[in-house]
Design a protein around this ligand. Structure first.
Ligand SMILES: [Zn+2]
Length: 556
């Protein structure tokens, strides 16, 4: 009796196995052919988009900007194809693609196409709303006693004035954009939520994070961890900040108002520990220094610099960025370099992005030849960018001697710590407010904003204030659900820095240590986006992303 039964089950198992493998092979082949036709289309469009944008940023001409806009549109259009999305969905729903490289591409392509499946009328409406809000922001000028002031002029008053009345007028004046745009923003938030719901998400915040490969619960967990690790220390430092301001304005600490913190949002730290870093770079060439440094750690950047545009020119973008033109070695950075510490930090930062792209694994398929996440390349850039104000680096690079190092080491550290902690509390506000706003745009947002500011930044709401102050931060309206990545980048920068200083480098600034370059190339750059970002971090450091090392570095 037993035998035929066994034979039968074996036959069934065998058939099932055969069926599965053949289904797997069939789906994997379908995906392979999808990918090859996709690459045929997307590779030249990507390159065209990157090149035209590069040119527009250098010349600033309307004609070049028009070309760049057109190229971006053609690139984005690929992902709106409903037939192609259907094909991809069928392959995904079959859930039999097992090859890890194929499965990862499937996931990333699926997310990109899903994001492109919004009704074009809804997108057009969204762009129209965003354009209207953009205009309102750019036309707004702060009025103080019939005088119109630009944002820069307001920031200058807040930074330099010690007159409370003048500070209050500038701060309150800057918040008058709030009522002008608040209702428009709430409408836009609801519209974005409509789009998200149509694609099957709870709200736009959840959609933005998930489509970029982040789980909101995971991000919140990391932000909670960071909050609990920094809260006490920040409270202590906030006391130091308040005593500093109390002296500066000749006011009791308890009378300090949000306009006493030298910028509109208390997003930057005061210069309590003054170190004049600029003087060390006056006679230096930041490009040469950066090139020598990267070459010393085995990540030569000559090919990147040869294609870059490094100095000021009329019409050129006045900021800095790095771009990967073709994911095949054409990597460039745009800068406006001058011999000071700001540009030293900036070129180290941009070349950090640069080496991440340049030392990618060219044998990976196009879709995977990218950073694991936007914040992971930011982490590398931040980690190297921090060196410009690190006396240990300046010492090892021969910019200062050891007696100068002794003189400024402590203040430099205290200054960096203050900047980091102040920024981390501000980023908490942004992340939590945005999340809450998209979860329920009808709640009392004015109150939520101030509750969050009081909780995380320890600022006191001016008595009786009930204004849409949240609406004055342009990122909330126009660069939504991205701000948290700046902080995640800082956390990862600290985690990597800690790992490398403990396990690989012999000196704290890595000067001349080829093993450090090898580590970054093999563990971070080459994997590209083949692993989920938190898996990549775990493979590289033995732990998932954690706030521990940021706290270890900056909390005492
Ligand atoms: Zn950056």
């Amino acid at each position: 009796m037993k035998k035929p039964f066994l034979l039968l089950t074996t036959a069934i198992v065998f058939t099932l196995f055969w069926f599965c493998t053949s289904k797997q092979a069939k789906m994997e082949n379908r995906l392979k052919s999808f990918i090859s036709s996709h690459e045929e289309k997307i590779v030249p469009l990507y390159k065209e988009m990157a090149l035209t944008s590069w040119n527009a940023n250098i010349t600033g001409s309307d004609e070049d900007y028009a070309k760049s806009e057109k190229a971006s549109f053609s690139y984005a259009k690929v992902f709106t194809d409903t037939e192609r999305f259907k094909e991809l969905s069928e392959i995904r729903d079959a859930a039999v693609v097992k090859d890890p490289i194929l499965a990862r591409q499937l996931e990333l392509l699926y997310n990109s196409f899903l994001g492109g499946q919004v009704d074009t009328a809804l997108i057009a409406e969204q762009i129209k709303m965003e354009t209207e809000i953009t205009k309102k922001y750019s036309n707004f000028r702060v009025s103080i006693r019939d005088k119109k002031l630009s944002d820069n002029e307001v920031e200058e008053i807040l930074r330099n004035s010690v007159n409370s009345k003048e500070l209050q007028a500038a701060w309150e004046g800057s918040k008058m954009i709030g009522p002008v745009v608040a209702e428009d923003i709430i409408k836009l938030v609801k519209h974005r939520n409509t789009i998200a719901k149509k694609l099957g998400f709870e709200n736009y915040h959840e959609m933005s994070l998930k489509l970029s490969g982040q789980d909101p619960a995971e991000v919140t967990r990391i932000f909670d961890e960071l909050d609990s690790l920094t809260r006490d220390n920040f409270t202590g430092l906030k006391g130091d900040i308040d005593s500093y301001y109390s002296k500066r304005y000749n006011l009791p600490s308890m009378d300090l108002k949000p306009w006493h913190y030298q910028n509109r949002y208390f997003q930057e730290a005061p210069e309590i520990y003054k170190v004049d870093f600029d003087k060390y770079f006056e006679k230096q060439d930041p490009v040469k220094l950066a090139a020598a440094y990267y070459d010393g750690i085995g990540l030569n950047v000559d090919a990147i610099l040869a294609k870059s545009d490094l100095y000021e020119k009329p019409g050129k973008n006045q900021h800095a960025f790095c771009t990967d033109i073709d994911r095949a070695g054409d990597v460039r950075t745009l800068d406006n370099i001058k011999p000071d510490s700001y540009w030293m930090g900036t070129i180290l930062h941009e070349l950090g992005h640069g080496v991440y792209s340049y030392y990618n694994d060219m044998s990976l398929p196009f879709t995977l030849r990218d950073a694991a996440h936007a914040f992971t390349t930011e982490a590398i850039a931040n980690m190297f960018g921090r060196l410009a104000t690190d006396p240990q680096w300046m010492l090892n690079m021969g910019l200062i001697d050891s007696s100068e190092n002794d003189k400024i080491a402590e203040s430099s550290f205290l200054d960096l710590r203050l900047r980091m902690l102040v920024f981390s509390r501000w980023a908490q506000v942004m992340y939590r407010f945005e999340k809450s706003m998209y979860e329920n745009p009808d709640q009392d947002l004015n109150n939520i904003w101030w509750d969050t500011v009081e909780k995380y930044q320890n600022l006191k709401k001016p008595e009786g204030r009930n204004m849409p102050d949240w609406a004055t931060k342009i990122h909330i309206a126009l660069y939504p659900c991205y701000y948290h990545n700046y902080l995640l980048g800082e956390l990862l920068a600290s985690q990597l820095y800690s790992y490398v200083t403990i396990n690989i480098a012999k000196n704290q600034s890595f000067v001349g240590e080829k093993a450090v370059g090898d580590y970054f190339r093999d563990k971070i750059f080459k994997p590209g986006t083949r692993y989920y970002w938190n898996d990549m971090i775990e493979k590289a450091t033995g732990e998932k992303l954690t706030a521990k090392y940021y706290a270890k570095q900056f909390v005492r």
